[in-house]
Design a protein around this ligand. Sequence first.
Ligand SMILES: Nc1ncnc2c1ncn2[C@@H]1O[C@H](COP(=O)(O)OP(=O)(O)OP(=O)(O)O)[C@@H](O)[C@H]1O
Length: 587
Amino acid sequence: MSVLRSLFAYAGRHKYLTMLSLLFSFISAVFLLMPFLWIWKVVEEILKVYPDFGQAADAAKYGWYALISAAAGILIYVASLLCSHLAAFRIAANMRKTAMHHVVTLPLGYFSKEGSGKLRKIIDESAASTETYLAHQLPDSVQLMTTVIGVLICLFVFNWRFGAAVLIALIFAFLNMMKMVGKGLQESMKAYMDALEGMSNEAVEYIRGIPVVKTFQQTVYSFERFYKSIKNYEKFALGYTNQMRMPMTLFTTLINSVFVFLIGTMALLIAYGFDAGALMPDFMFYVIFTPIVAVTANKMMFASENNMLAKDAVQRMEGITKEKAFQYPEKGRKIKNHDIVFDHVSFTYPGSEAEVLHDISLEIKESTTVAFVGKSGGGKSTLVSLIPRFYDVTEGAVLIGGVNVKNMTEEELMDQVSFVFQDNRLLKKTLRENIKMGLEADDPAVLEAAKKAQCMEILEKFPQGLDTEIGSSGVYLSGGETQRMTLARAILKNAPILLLDEATAYADSDNELLMQRAIRELSQNKTTIMIAHRLSTIVNADCIYVIDDGRILEAGSHKELLKKNGEYARMWRQYSQSVEWKAGETA
Ligand SMILES: Nc1ncnc2c1ncn2[C@@H]1O[C@H](COP(=O)(O)OP(=O)(O)OP(=O)(O)O)[C@@H](O)[C@H]1O
């Protein structure tokens, strides 16, 4: 019931269709039990007139009744499945939609914590297994319950002694079944499903990393994590199977040995002086009837396993939908200008122990350009990512124009900021849509932005120009091309705050100069933050912050920092030397 209640949360009006399917399923079960009774009547009729079979006038009539009730039962069952399938598809689709809608509201940190393979598996496969559950297993369970109740009634209506014999076998079999579906097994199954999920995640990560692995000849080492997850899966799969082996064997044996109990009872009754002839019709009824008992009991066992699977799927899905969404206020406060302030900001990545930024305070005035430089891993990208709220600060606040970014609506915040990062992604849409990203702009404006960002050679490469669909056959953009497309996006958006994290990292020397010029032009009158390892690109910044180990080491203009002769001056000397060496090499 709890599984059904959870699933109905996604059902809307389709829950009535599910209920209708259950009603049909119940009626069909009643109809499908009837043929056994009619056949018993046929047998009784024949035995009554034996050996003069011509006297069995009603046998044919009962035969027809059996056929008609079987046909009606099947037809009603088909109607039940029709309803259940319609509802199941809709409910599973709603589950996927709800999960996806929720996923996009989650903080970015969630996606680095949970691998994408794992998320895909949970959303897709959990919805699929609830679909099977609702379409088949649930109506079948109602049918089974009805059949069980019908069977139990019939067992005792005809001859309680034979009924008791069948029941004893059933009780033993079901006691075994309890072992199979008990709490311990639910836990083993959860561990098994976790291992399966882990393996799926590692497989995705492994396949993604293959190019890097091949380049660095790391095959054996990189395979280790994936291999461990396979071994872990093997451990739980074997454990689960071993746990099932004994009770499953006993269950199957007991359920199929009901005949032995019946024959034993018949022999006992005859030994105690009962008339074999008078017992025969009842005995025949139980012989006809017992196969349903075995089939029903088998089905019940699988139904309870499927119920556990559906419960597990619902819980996994709820694990995502109950994850706290990123909160944006309904109504935001208006910003006064485009100053950016970091006020005593500390930050730790979600799920990580180590603090990455420690008590950082700095102020960036509107329309100025600042640069963050420093050792790799010092926290520059993290600091920048707090402005568009890719993550929320752990302590302190980030303010734009005097307003905490947490108090700005999503629209307001995103309208203020455009960014070009190292790791940019394009959508599987046309080049035009990738530059516009939902902005109102006509083709000349899109082309103008593309031109400034040095994207014309990309557009010229494909005969369909702006209409070229990324991801369609043969359309692939390199890292540098993707970065230029992202720059075109930022140019078209023309937001007052510009965040550039190694924005020209992948550019070749021809393009880099032109991209730098476009960036310089774009950053005019904008609050700009640049992260760059090539220090020549930031010498003109109004202020340069040297970030080291999550702290500001030094701050000032290029000239001031050189005069100070500290870390920046050291970095500059090193950089100039490397440029000289390169120039020497090319000379
Ligand atoms: N998603 C994450 N989860 C946990 N820790 C992270 C995550 N991303 C980065 N870090 C850690 O935060 C620290 C700062 O990383 P960050 O990328 O901000 O440095 P950076 O100065 O920009 O480095 P680079 O110049 O190499 O880009 C590093 O120690 C890094 O390992």
